[in-house]
Design a protein around this ligand. Structure first.
Ligand code: 15L
Length: 272
């Protein structure tokens, strides 16, 4: 049985993954915070993303890393810098030094949040991050590319939408990722023989999706859920979205800290 280290193990996505992957792998849970009661097959190791030594010790002997650690939303530059830039570098570097061959990186839809919702984008689009957080995820993907090309690490970057048992609002109907579909993507990253460096969208089979996720399907992803099941309930209960974010895939992330409408200036649109 493979041993898989999950960073950010006290967080929401990890909590779902623990349940979904139970019995399939030995799970080594890694966080600065405590992770709650350990289940069969789980162990806990405390490590700070700012410490390469601690991360190396945590990764010793594991077969794969699922890197969920770091800030999961926009933050002050110093916090993004330490948790998502330096911390992400440390995670890849520790994996490399410990000879871990597989790395699943929790990237985010916010690497491309400035694409509009009427555009369908795939894994090859040039990034258009909507926040410092989004920029940090572009950096994490670039590190994955570097470690794959230079050291042969097998890296899968998941541009995750939003993981929840049910979609939270109208925007999340497009980007929702059910826990079991998230687990399926993680398993592809841990096991698929042909992965070198791949980017896929971490979304379920949502009818309202604005992603062309053919690369995930090519790797065998067969999502089991579609947010449409929840659409009537979700749409009945949600407040109207802020018009500054509503045209953009990244939603509120695009207008955080902005006072004016950030609609692209003439000439800003790119031809793919
Ligand atoms: C993300 O990347 C965040 O980690 C998550 O907290 C949500 O905000 C999600 O994106 C989203 O776009 O809804």
């Amino acid at each position: 049985m493979k041993t898989v280290l999950i960073t950010g193990a006290a967080g929401g996505i990890a909590t779902h993954l623990r349940r979904e992957l139970a019995g399939r792998y030995r799970l080594r849970l890694c966080d600065l915070r405590t992770v709650g009661e350990l289940q069969a097959g789980e162990s806990f190791v405390q490590a700070d993303l700012s410490s390469l030594d601690e991360l190396q010790a945590a990764m010793r002997g594991v077969d794969a890393v699922v890197h969920l650690g770091g800030l999961s939303m926009e933050g002050a530059w110093d916090d993004i810098l330490s948790a998502n830039i330096a911390g992400c570098y440390n995670a890849y570097e520790a994996a490399h030094r410990e000879g871990v061959g597989r790395f699943v990186f929790a990237s985010s839809n916010h690497v491309a949040g400035f694409y509009r919702r009427d555009e369908v984008i795939d894994d090859k689009v040039y990034p258009r991050p909507d926040s410092r957080y989004g920029v940090s995820k572009v950096f994490g993907e670039a590190l994955g590319s570097l470690y794959a090309d230079k050291y042969g690490m097998q890296v899968l970057c998941l541009r995750i939408g939003n993981v929840n048992p049910a979609p939270l609002d109208a925007r999340r109907l497009a980007i929702w990722l059910s826990p079991r579909d998230m687990a399926q993507l993680a398993v592809i990253g841990i096991e698929h023989p042909d992965i070198r460096f791949e980017v896929v969208y971490g979304v379920s089979d949502n009818r309202r999706s604005w992603y062309d996720n053919r690369n995930a399907h090519r790797l065998g992803y067969r999502p089991m859920d579609d947010s449409e099941t929840f659409a009537n309930t979700v749409l009945a209960g949600v407040p109207v979205e802020d018009p500054r974010g509503a045209p953009f895939q990244g939603g509120a992330f695009v207008h955080q800290e902005l006072f004016d409408n950030p609609a692209p200036l003439p000439g800003r649109e790119r031809v793919q």
